[in-house]
Write a protein that binds this ligand. Sequence first.
Ligand SMILES: Nc1ncnc2c1ncn2[C@@H]1O[C@H](COP(=O)(O)OP(=O)(O)OP(=O)(O)O)[C@@H](O)[C@H]1O
Ligand SMILES: [Mg+2]
Length: 246
Amino acid sequence: MNAEPVIEIVDINKSFGDNHVLRDFTMNLYKGENLVVLGKSGSGKSVLIKCIIGLLTPDSGSIKVFGEDISEYDRRELDRMRVKVGFLFQSNALYDSMTVRENLEFPLRRHHIKGKQDAEEVEVMVMEALGNVGLEHTVDMMPAELSGGMRKRIALARTLILRPEIILYDEPTTGLDPITGREISELIVEVQKKYNASSIIISHDINCISITSNRVVMLIDGRCYAEGTYQELSGSEDPKVREFFK
Ligand SMILES: Nc1ncnc2c1ncn2[C@@H]1O[C@H](COP(=O)(O)OP(=O)(O)OP(=O)(O)O)[C@@H](O)[C@H]1O
Ligand SMILES: [Mg+2]
């Protein structure tokens, strides 16, 4: 991969008390790639993503996003970074008391991208974002009226509405049936192509990994244990690697 790195993580450590979760973890994300981070439950995948968007601070090491060290960011700079770096929560994090439309408008207001006077433009952006995930007809529905797969799509539409250059997906297919999981995986690939987005996809769903990944990094014992394409890793002789591909 010759593209430029958009995220550079060097030797980060993160502990919670005695629990040393990330240990000199190093990894780059290159422009335009879909990078899967694979690891067991509790291995620190969500912690890693939270460090990247500044929700958690590593104890040591450095994280650069678009060449800038985020540890030096103040609140406003972190906020600005979160427009360029979209995050799809493992839990979706939709607002249950808001309609789909209000959920999608929220990030535009929150980041002061559109004010009240831009109502028409906001409507166009909301409908385009819903169109990306094939759910225009749900615009006036409440999250509770949607299936799990639909909620995941709405959460993705809400992430895409800010046109992020980097997207971080935390377990995008967990809890979905295999067919819906496949649809979400295919959507991730469409988003990559349409927006030339660079993405980190946290997953242990082998189907999702095989569909979405250009490259896979394995997080074991807090470190980047192995790295390669899906093909390379799934054919590995290393028992620790093989375990994931059974
Ligand atoms: N805010 C926190 N305070 C204390 N411990 C935490 C915190 N966040 C995560 N941990 C611990 O860090 C470890 C890694 O958690 P993390 O959520 O990153 O796992 P994961 O790899 O995302 O797992 P899963 O696949 O189940 O989502 C766990 O032992 C967890 O208990
Ligand atoms: Mg997690």
